[in-house]
Design a binder for this molecule. Structure first.
Ligand code: AMP
Ligand code: MG
Length: 352
């Protein structure tokens, strides 16, 4: 008599655990020319709830892409680029917000960050409308491009909701901060659905909300800045923070005996040449982290840390020394590196 009751109880219990919805799921997809992923933690992750989350993230990212992609000829930014006039051009609130962050970082970085750099990016063989990489651009091409590059040549009127060009040929490229903005929007969308614990990432830029499974900050890797394979340099804990990384190690080619990366120093009109391999920045919002990571990449290992400290930014710089070893510099706002898988020859991080 006892055995059947025990068996029935066991079956019921195992059935319950089998049917109980998971407490953590990982979602993945593609948008904004890259991949995205979300780790979602909640007690009630039923199928409909997961579907809701996936759709919200997808819509948030696709909306940003549709407004800001330079690959899409119908995007708002492509239409702004094609608008060869000094008449005011009306823009949506999200695009104005991203441009406003861009202009603030441009001014505070002394023009190292500059979203009007697009013609130079294309001349050096990167982005939409790029020419085939090979010979360096001629002096005449660089002079012509420089005439339409410069963040002060783009005026925003946030109250009127318009942008105005001071030179007709001016073109904008938001690649340096649009992904960060997309992550912020995706995080907002998940929050609006009632999720409180998640990690959302688009092409390496991320936002962490709440806590990881088991409690405590989400653990996020800082990559080793190497073009081949993926290896972890260190791990940081993030809680209600965003982190973005910029570097020369993923998008570059070699020509004329040098490494040409997609990050252009508007002050020299050429790809950055210093030994900085990557910069990671933490911030309250990913759009600021993303813009500053690119700005500090341009500023490099000498100027960058000073500017990061002046701006109160948590930043982590990894550079290649002349001996091929990595050198790291962390400013005080950057989370402690929790664990470092160190290869022989590396310098230990400063906080170890
Ligand atoms: P990220 O990967 O966020 O550092 O962004 C790099 C992208 O931003 C490049 O592929 C270019 O499209 C664009 N870019 C390059 N140089 C600059 C710069 N100095 N300021 C702003 N955007 C830039
Ligand atoms: Mg960036």
């Amino acid at each position: 008599m006892l055995l059947p009751i025990l068996l029935a109880a066991l079956l019921l219990l195992s059935g319950r655990t089998l049917c109980r919805p998971p407490e953590e799921v990982r979602l993945e997809g593609a948008s904004m020319g890259t991949s995205w992923s979300v780790v979602l933690r909640a007690p009630d992750l039923r199928r409909a709830r997961i579907r809701e989350a996936r759709q919200a993230v997808r819509k948030a990212l696709d909306d940003v892409d549709h407004a800001m992609s330079t690959w899409d000829p119908d995007s708002e930014i492509s239409r702004l680029n094609a608008h060869r006039s000094d008449r005011p051009f009306p823009l949506s609130a999200p695009t104005l917000r991203v441009l406003s962050v861009a202009q603030q970082v441009a001014a505070r970085s002394g023009g190292a960050f500059d979203v009007t750099v697009r013609p130079l990016v294309a001349l050096w063989g990167f982005g939409a409308g790029a020419r085939v990489p090979g010979d360096a651009p001629s002096e005449a091409e660089l002079v012509a491009a420089r005439a339409v590059v410069g963040y002060a040549k783009l005026k925003l009127d946030l109250d009127a909701g318009v942008a105005r060009k001071r030179v007709f040929g001016l073109e904008v490229d938001l690649s340096a901060l649009a992904k960060g903005y997309g992550v912020d929007r995706a995080a907002e969308a998940l929050w609006a659905l009632g999720f409180r614990n998640f990690l959302v990432e688009v092409g390496g830029e991320l936002v962490a909300r709440g806590e990881r499974s088991g409690g405590g900050p989400w653990r996020v890797a800082v990559e080793r800045p190497e073009s081949e394979g993926r290896a972890i340099h260190g791990v940081v804990g993030l809680q209600n923070q965003a982190m973005a990384t910029s570097g020369d190690y993923r998008s570059f080619y070699e020509a004329g005996g040098e490494r040409r990366t997609h990050i252009i120093d508007p002050r020299t009109a050429a790809p950055i040449r210093h030994g900085l391999a990557s910069v990671s920045v933490v911030h309250r919002e990913a759009v600021w982290a993303d813009a500053w990571a690119t700005a500090l990449s341009v500023l490099g290992p000498e100027e960058g840390p000073g500017v990061a400290r002046r701006e109160g930014l948590g930043a982590y710089f990894i550079s290649r020394g002349p001996d091929g070893r990595y050198r790291t510099v962390a400013t005080s706002g950057f989370p402690r590196i929790l664990r470092v898988t160190r290869a022989e020859g590396d310098d230990p991080p400063p906080d170890e």
